[in-house]
Design a binder for this molecule. Structure first.
Ligand code: HEM
Length: 506
């Protein structure tokens, strides 16, 4: 009885202290003039539960619609949607550092925290981690792996033919695009697919692990200090399952390659490049750095690309006129199978469809959080945001800006990326409008922490989409059905069931 009474008294005192603290924060906060949901001003639990609900990007669109360019999403966090500030928050100097949200991606080995190129908050660590690998992500370098992408596209078409074209069965396109995305990045990285297309399922459980890791990252990341008590607690970690299996797989690939005497001149992969640097500059590239780079490729480059591929196919099929125009362009372009990147990247309508899909459904759907430096952040209305405040932009909000993208910004309309000859738009006006749209694009982030693998995805996506629409007729099993969307940092889609037939003209 005595213990129960002590427990209740302690609980009561804790609740009272929390309440007093929250009220104090509310009245003394230097950002109290910034509007936002009432509870968000007291506690981060508001955004925790909103993210847990699975569609925070829609909440944020709605809040910016209601309150304008700055919305308070927590006691110390402000969402910004003013495109003029994009290059301030995400500049190449990197003076707005990443927030603690990202540290959930650190790994803990024993008592040691291991940072990586995505998770680190430090510009110095970031620069030194990028130095040995950065050159391998330039388009000129990525293009040397095009033959490996060709092999994976050919294998993808073969598997679709066997499973769906020849049998007439409906294809769960959301799943197959994910299998393709994991296999193609593995093929480019170490010339060996992960085996998802072959098996036609998540045979190793890795895809489910990746989903659970993202669910944890997105929600617990709204209150990052909880991560110390959950996944990083030293006694019994409570968190997502680890990626140990993927890390072991990458380590095996690196080891096998170093032990084999195989001559590899034909189709170079990224591991070849990493090992060359290891040989010539062992002081910057050791085995651990090689394995880390392989793992980043595989883990960061699959879901994101699959999401973009799904969006392109879904929105194109939902808009028959777009579908028709895209096919006409492809049919008139005299293309080979698989389509070369050189040819695909010169097709203006394909380019417009891909850009519009990225705009309307960015793969990342939470704020790209940054911390305001000592120099403060001044908003367009003169409000000053003090150092230490977390600020960020969300592609899902900023890509809906009507001044930049037009009054119909909510619609899927690839034509906005082309010159509007019907309305008499001059080339100069078009270039100015295009440049504004491009600089407001947050699909791959911006500044010194812009996506490392952007060119890899661009190469994959332009090639596979052009080949696909050239080769197949596609239709929804149920044209009225909407897909299902879940935002766990990556905005994943499911429920895209499609009938596929080989096109007659091929
Ligand atoms: C369509 C495909 C992709 C999309 C939409 C995408 C999106 C993004 C975004 C928005 C960021 C910035 C995150 C932030 O600032 O908080 C980012 C960072 C990053 N991405 Fe991607 N990504 C894609 C593909 C890839 C691929 C293929 C790789 C493989 C290497 C990759 C590796 C990375 C890494 C390592 C970072 C962290 C960069 C840094 O902090 O310096 N991504 N990506």
């Amino acid at each position: 009885m005595f213990l129960v009474s002590v427990f209740l008294q302690s609980l009561g005192s804790t609740l009272l202290l929390t309440l007093v603290y929250s009220v104090w924060i509310y009245f003394t906060s230097p950002i109290k003039s910034i509007p936002g949901p009432f509870f968000a001003k007291f506690t981060n639990l508001w955004r925790f539960f909103d993210t847990y609900g699975g569609r925070p990007e829609l909440t944020q669109q709605m809040l910016h619609e209601k309150y304008g360019n700055a919305v308070r999403l927590g006691p110390n966090i402000v969402s910004i949607s003013d495109p003029k500030l994009l290059r301030t928050l995400y500049n190449t100097r990197g003076d707005f550092l990443k927030s603690k949200f990202y540290t959930l991606n650190d790994t803990k080995v024993g008592s040691q925290i291991i940072h990586n190129v995505f998770s680190t908050l430090s510009n110095e660590f970031h620069a030194s981690a990028m130095r040995p690998i950065q050159k391998f992500y330039k388009m000129s370098s990525v293009l040397t792996h095009e033959p490996l992408v060709d092999d994976t596209i050919a294998a993808f078409c073969k598997r679709l033919d066997e499973e769906f074209v020849e049998t007439g069965k409906a294809c769960k396109m959301d799943e197959w695009l994910l299998f393709f995305a994991w296999d193609v990045i593995a093929q480019m990285t170490f010339s060996r697919p992960m085996g998802f297309m072959d098996q036609g399922k998540d045979y190793s459980g890795l895809l489910a692990t990746a989903d659970r890791a993202l669910d944890y990252f997105a929600t617990v990341g709204q209150m990052p200090s909880f991560d110390h008590w959950l996944a990083k607690n030293p006694i019994r970690p409570i968190g997502p399952p680890s990626f140990d299996l993927a890390a072991i797989y990458c380590a095996q690939q690196a080891l096998e390659r170093q032990e084999s005497n195989e001559k590899r001149e034909d189709k170079p992969d990224m591991l070849d490049g990493f090992l060359e640097v290891k040989k010539s500059n062992p002081e910057i590239m050791n085995n651990q750095v090689v394995i880390g780079a392989l793992l980043v490729n595989v883990l960061a480059g699959s879901d994101t690309s699959a999401i973009l591929l799904r969006s392109i196919i879904y929105y194109t099929l939902k808009n028959p006129k777009v579908y028709q125009k895209l096919r006409e362009e492809l049919d008139n372009a005299d293309l080979v199978h698989p389509v070369t990147y050189a040819a695909a990247s010169f097709l203006p309508y394909l380019d417009a469809v891909i850009k519009e899909s990225m705009r309307i459904h960015p793969s990342v759907g939470l704020l790209l959080e940054r911390v305001v430096p000592e120099s403060c952040l001044t908003l367009s209305d003169g409000t000053v945001i003090p150092p230490g405040t977390i600020v960020g932009m969300n592609g899902w909000v900023i890509h809906q800006n009507k001044e930049i993208y037009g009054q119909d910004a909510a619609c899927f309309k690839p034509e906005r990326w082309l010159r509007d000859l019907g309305a008499g738009e001059t080339e100069d006006d078009f270039q100015a409008r295009l440049s504004l749209m491009k600089t407001t694009d947050l699909t791959f982030g911006a500044g010194n922490r812009i996506c490392l693998g952007k060119n890899i995805s661009i190469l994959e996506v332009y090639k596979v989409i052009s080949t696909f629409f050239l080769k197949y007729d596609m239709a929804f099993v149920d044209p009225a059905k909407e897909w299902h969307v879940q935002n766990s940092w990556f905005v994943r889609q499911s429920g895209i069931d499609i009938k596929i037939q080989r096109r007659k003209r091929q």
